[in-house]
Design a protein around this ligand. Structure first.
Ligand code: SF4
Length: 452
């Protein structure tokens, strides 16, 4: 999911729309925008699909106001449908509010059971609705106190933006697993999942929202409240490795710089003799450049990506994923024919894509294909909202390195170590690597441990 919020900028919905376009890589299944106008009236529009498919008939003209929040949603088979497209909107006697969130609550089941025992009925399967009900419960207290209490009842990796008639709250989990940052835009402010949204909006990066922090944006400016004094910087390593855009800076580390450094380290840890380095477009290109730079092996464009095809990893159903692989990449036959190739990819989840790419390159005439992965072997499930699927589906959950090599049909296979995955952050974070190491930064609930 990608989140965006704008406070104090006339025509906020248009800026949110363009900002969300730069977050579209975080979700292509749906999106929406909610605004409050100067009279305190709310306006909302949302739909399924890409933003360009949702906002087609001048809907932005019907979203007036200088404050708003928006989101793009990624595919999640368990939480599909328009009802689960955010932002959600709630009418309440204490004041209407909208909310959008990213990530996953590890105690969602316990929280929903608690709320149901106290009379709540849910319309969606979202964590945002759970948080909305928790905030609503302490009706007589100040809203910030209710938000602090509500956030202390949830556990996991998440960010939320909450909008009332006169202010916006931006919240980040106390483990710092999910990214969120603030920018300045004229006399107003912007909050975004990634700083790459700021460029297109004409906003200037101010800082990351800190783990365990609630940032309040209103006519007082920017105010900060810590909802928890327990805080860690355990940013999701997969944000640096795969999810985020290379032009984003997260917790003080540029994503392209991270990937390039990971590629350099990958060569030092897993060298191989070859004629050219080829990166799997788009998220592996920076790592491939780093590998080529360190090894002295020429970097070549041996694969071309077809534009306008969604990411295979986040398609909801396996059959669609497999079709997606065929549709999205072509080998450049005249470049790869007769050559020994180092194929650099950011990660292997199920192995479906890797197997097909190795096959594509061989069919195009490559004599050897050595696969190098700029992250460790993915063996465990993510509990923080990244759909890495069940352990049975993961290529490496039950295979040795040699068995994984055979499964994808490569001549050799090498992975980056967890130490280098951490150190490629240039010391600015100790990222969560639980899907590689099984060491989760949060406590887990019994049913999650059973499922691993
Ligand atoms: S388990 Fe993996 S995908 Fe999930 S938050 Fe940690 S690093 Fe990211």
């Amino acid at each position: 999911m990608g989140l965006l919020a704008v406070y104090g900028v006339p025509g906020a919905s248009t800026y949110i729309y363009y900002g969300l376009h730069n977050l579209q890589h975080r979700g292509q299944e749906g999106g929406g925008i909610v605004t409050f106008d100067k009279d305190g009236e709310s306006h909302r529009y949302r739909g399924q699909g890409l933003l360009s498919e949702i906002f087609t008939n001048g809907e932005l003209n019907h979203l007036p106001g200088s404050m708003g929040i928006g989101s793009v949603k990624y595919a999640n088979a368990a939480k599909g449908g328009l009802d689960n497209v955010e932002p959600l909107f709630f009418h309440h006697q204490s004041g209407d509010f909208a909310i959008a969130g990213e990530g996953n609550l590890i105690n969602a089941r316990q929280v929903s059971e608690y709320l149901e025992r106290h009379g709540s009925i849910f319309q969606t399967g979202t964590d945002s609705e759970l948080l909305a009900h928790l905030i609503k419960k302490g009706n007589k207290e100040d809203r910030i106190v209710r938000i602090v209490k509500a956030l202390n009842m949830i556990e996991g990796g998440f960010t939320f933006v909450i909008m009332t008639r006169n202010r916006i709250y931006a919240c980040r989990d106390k483990y710092g697993i999910k990214p969120l940052c603030i920018g300045r835009m004229g006399d107003g402010y912007v909050v975004s999942s990634e700083s790459c949204a700021f460029e297109i909006m004409g906003a200037e990066f101010i800082r990351d929202v800190a783990p365990g922090e609630i940032v309040t944006l209103d006519h007082h400016g920017v105010r900060s409240t810590l909802y928890s004094h327990f805080n860690r910087h355990r940013m999701c390593a997969m944000e640096y490795i795969y999810f985020a855009r290379p032009d984003s800076d997260i917790d003080g580390c540029n994503v392209h710089a991270y990937r390039k450094e990971a590629g350099r380290r990958l060569y030092r840890e897993c060298p191989v003799e070859a004629d050219m380095v080829v990166g799997v477009p788009e998220s592996s290109l920076s790592a491939a450049m780093g590998y080529a730079e360190e090894s002295g092996i020429p970097y070549e464009m041996g694969l071309v990506k077809h534009k306008y095809v969604g990411r295979t990893f986040i398609q909801p159903v396996q059959s669609l994923r497999e079709l997606g692989v065929k549709m999205k990449l072509s080998p450049v036959r005249s470049i790869v024919k007769g050559k020994r190739i180092v194929l650099v990819d950011d990660s292997i989840v199920r192995g479906t894509t890797s197997l097909k790419i190795v096959k594509l390159l061989r069919e195009a005439g490559a004599t050897e294909v050595h696969v190098r992965i700029a992250s460790p072997m993915m063996r465990f499930t993510c509990h923080y909202g990244v759909d890495t699927s069940t352990p049975e589906e993961l290529l490496c959950s039950h295979r040795t390195l040699e068995e994984a090599r055979q499964a994808i049909g490569a001549d050799s296979l090498g992975y980056l170590s967890p130490e280098s995955t951490r150190d490629s952050c240039f010391g600015c974070a100790d990222p969560c690597q639980a899907c590689f190491t099984g060491e989760y930064p949060t406590l887990l609930y019994d049913e999650m441990v059973e499922n691993d």
